[in-house]
Design a protein around this ligand. Structure first.
Ligand code: IVH
Length: 687
């Protein structure tokens, strides 16, 4: 017998009684499965779990008669199905009426109370429960004498499809429930966590397969795989939200039934709440909306239910919708529209930036006509063409973006050609070039292309760089077009007289702006270096370079090989950085900034990483985080003692991935590096 950590911790399983030992192993595996997949709070390592599972497999192989269908070894069935059998529901699976805004929600709440009041129920006895409306696939789980005997999709509400084989692969679903009544039907929403959804789409795009439009489709696509091995490969989970058919147990209130489910091993959202008043209900809905983007699963609204099950029954069903519940739907974050044209801008480092002109469409309450396509590489990866029907997404303050063409557009054989970058810079007309070995086409007129200068100024004054309050995109554009400044350094040559010559500037606003400009001179060296907008020097690399070289002069005299010694900077990037730093235009700009007194030396001790919970840990950031800018995330990691580098290697402890993560995520997965989302990072920071 092996002596693994798992087997070392064996209880009184009865070494000589294989049946008792199998029971004991199963009990422990179920316990740890529940800790990991339902409570998200494991007690043992993956290796220890695998070792226990291995022990049970061995035992069952030696004693096939001991194998039971509810054994943890039996989650993934062996044979693919030819088709799914129909599954008739014991009770219809109804749908929910929608409230599109607060007014409609309040109207429903008031109407429910009024109907019940008429029935003699006082307000004080009417309570409501709020739950996240998870955007996944509705499922029904049937337990007979505590054993999962059937898992089905909703279908038309009367008859769904029997997807038992696939639902059994979802580890958050118990195969056996101790203390269950004779008959129990649990309903819930199966979903693919956000990160898994993004990754799946990325892999499908890379393999030339159509991507999923939303998490619901991806969950449905996974659950409707005929081969359970394929379904098992998708890390689906579930939130259980109600009990359907039931025999042998009775509940007075909905919340009570959810608490019973939770206590019996089902995954029920911990933030489901009961409320006494309408205002509390509305407050809870708003709170869910505010949290929406920080959750690791997608929600498209909040479900509000009358808590008392008898009152729910009394309210009845109209059509297919129970009157005792309603879904308050958020404005959707994605929408489908037609991409009419791919146009191009020039970015601050000279590369051609594609953007989409769209048929105007409402996305989370805002009309969107333009959306970013990020860069040439991303455009190719997404395979977006003019005339395609596309999915557009808007999240928080982030610029709207084109997610992908719809699968319908991808199937269209007579699509337009792949859009190519323009032969001439759209801002200055200079012929564009694609540097050898590079992936992006650029405008080589770095020194005097007005498009690049505008982007450079905008970047220099931005929050992560010099953070000059009162000098935003609009002012930058005006100063440049009115000739008040000719480049970034010109900002420090502005005076009251120049500003007062512009309409809209008075004594006070001019003074405030000049003060803000003056204050920015105290920004640390790494922000200045980042603000220069040199290709390859993002915030994280600026931090790494100033740590490595300490002064601008040391960096300016460094060879590409020396630059390459900086953590996170590889040979290609080191070469680009060295070349750009040696250009006359860069040198001239640095000299002017030096003349204005900006800091070109790092202050403080050589190793200024703070002491904290992340001391000794190295992070890489990729993709847009929902709540933090990249600079904020980097600063917070460093303040907690961690290091942030620009590329993933075997030294990386964590990769923090947001929306649209790039190749860094793929590399992390290859290396087995732990991947966190924003809430995971915040959890570590709090630790
Ligand atoms: S209760 C009477 N609760 O929303 C209807 N549904 O049309 C019973 N959904 O596809 C549904 N989260 O799968 C309920 N917390 C939740 C839910 C939820 C998501 C889905 C459900 C169905 C749709 C309702």
């Amino acid at each position: 017998m092996t002596s693994s950590p798992g087997s070392a911790a064996r209880g009184s399983g009865g070494q000589n009684d294989p049946a008792a030992r199998a029971r004991e192993l199963r009990r422990r595996l179920e316990h740890h499965n529940h800790r990991y997949y339902v409570l998200d709070d494991p007690e043992i390592s993956d290796a220890e779990y695998d070792s226990l599972l291995g022990d049970l497999r061995d035992l069952e192989a030696r004693h096939p008669d001991l194998q039971t269908p509810d054994s943890p070894t039996q989650r993934v069935g062996a044979t693919p199905l030819a088709r799914f059998e129909p599954a008739r529901h014991l009770q219809p699976m109804l749908s929910l009426a929608n409230a599109r805004n607060e007014e409609e929600l309040r109207a429903w709440l008031v109407r429910s109370e009024r109907l019940l009041n008429k029935d003699g129920v006082p307000d004080a006895e009417i309570r409501f429960v709020t739950e996240p409306k998870v955007d996944g696939l509705a499922i029904s789980l049937l337990y007979e004498d505590g054993v999962l005997t059937r898992g089905a999709t909703r279908g038309d509400g009367e008859t769904g499809e029997d997807v038992t084989q696939n639902l059994r692969t979802i580890k958050a679903i118990p195969l056996r429930v101790d203390g269950a009544p004779r008959l129990l039907e649990v309903r819930g929403e199966a979903y693919l966590p956000r990160a898994a959804f993004a990754k799946l789409n990325e892999e499908r795009a890379a393999a030339g397969e159509p991507t999923f439009a939303n998490p619901r489709n991806s969950a449905a696509g996974s659950i409707r795989q005929l081969d359970p091995q394929l379904a098992a490969a998708r890390p689906l989970s579930v939130w259980c939200y109600s009990i359907g058919a039931l025999d042998g147990l009775d509940f007075g209130s909905h919340l009570e039934s959810l608490e019973w489910l939770r206590a019996h091993g089902f995954k029920v959202n911990p933030d489901v709440e009961r409320h006494e008043s309408l205002d509390q209900v509305v407050g809870a809905c708003r709170a869910w909306e505010a949290r929406r983007e920080s959750l690791d699963f997608e929600i498209d609204g909040v479900v509000v239910k009358v808590d008392d099950l008898d009152l729910q029954r009394r309210l009845g069903v109209v059509g297919r919708e129970p009157r005792g519940a309603i879904a308050w739907k958020f404005a959707p974050m994605t929408a489908t529209t037609t991409l009419t044209r791919v146009a191009w801008n020039v970015g601050r480092t000279g590369h051609m930036v594609p953007f989409a002109q769209l048929e105007p469409v409402q996305v989370s309450g805002v009309t969107v006509k333009l959306a970013t396509l990020h860069n040439e590489e991303d455009l190719k990866r997404k395979d977006v063409r003019e005339g395609d029907e596309v999915i557009v997404m808007r999240a928080g303050d982030v610029i709207p973006q084109v997610v992908s063409p719809t699968s319908k557009a991808q199937r269209n054989r007579s699509r337009g050609p792949v859009p190519e970058p323009p032969p001439q810079c759209p801002a200055c007309g200079t012929p564009t070039v694609k540097p050898e070995g590079g992936v992006w086409t650029i405008c080589p007129n770095r020194a005097s292309c007005p498009g690049q200068i505008f982007q450079a100024v905008k970047h220099f004054v931005s929050r992560g760089a010099m953070d000059i309050e009162g000098l935003g995109e609009k002012q930058a554009e005006r100063f440049l077009s009115d000739g008040l400044i000719g480049s970034t350094a010109g900002i420090y040559e502005l005076d009251a007289e120049k500003l007062l010559s512009l309409e809209g500037f008075g004594e006070v606003s001019a003074r405030n702006l000049l003060d803000a400009i003056g204050r920015s001179k105290a920004q640390p060296f790494h922000r200045v270096l980042y603000g220069l907008g040199i290709p390859g020097i993002g915030f994280v690399n600026a931090r790494a370079l100033t740590r490595q070289f300490r002064t601008m002069d040391a960096l300016l005299t460094a060879s590409p090989e020396e630059i390459e010694e900086t953590p996170g900077i590889g040979p290609v990037l080191a070469q680009t950085i060295a070349e750009t730093l040696s250009e006359d235009a860069t040198r001239a700009l640095i000299d002017r900034l030096r003349g204005h007194g900006l800091s070109l030396e790092e202050e403080g001790p050589a190793d200024d990483a703070g002491e904290g919970p992340l001391t000794g840990k190295t992070f890489v950031l990729t993709g847009a985080l929902p709540g933090l800018t990249r600079e904020e995330a980097a600063e917070r990691i460093e303040a907690a003692g961690g290091r942030v580098t620009g590329s993933v290697s075997s030294n990386t402890d964590y990769v923090v991935a947001g929306e649209d993560p790039g190749s860094k995520l793929v590399k992390a997965e290859k290396l087995g590096t732990e991947v966190l989302d924003e809430s995971g990072l915040l959890g570590l920071l709090d630790g």
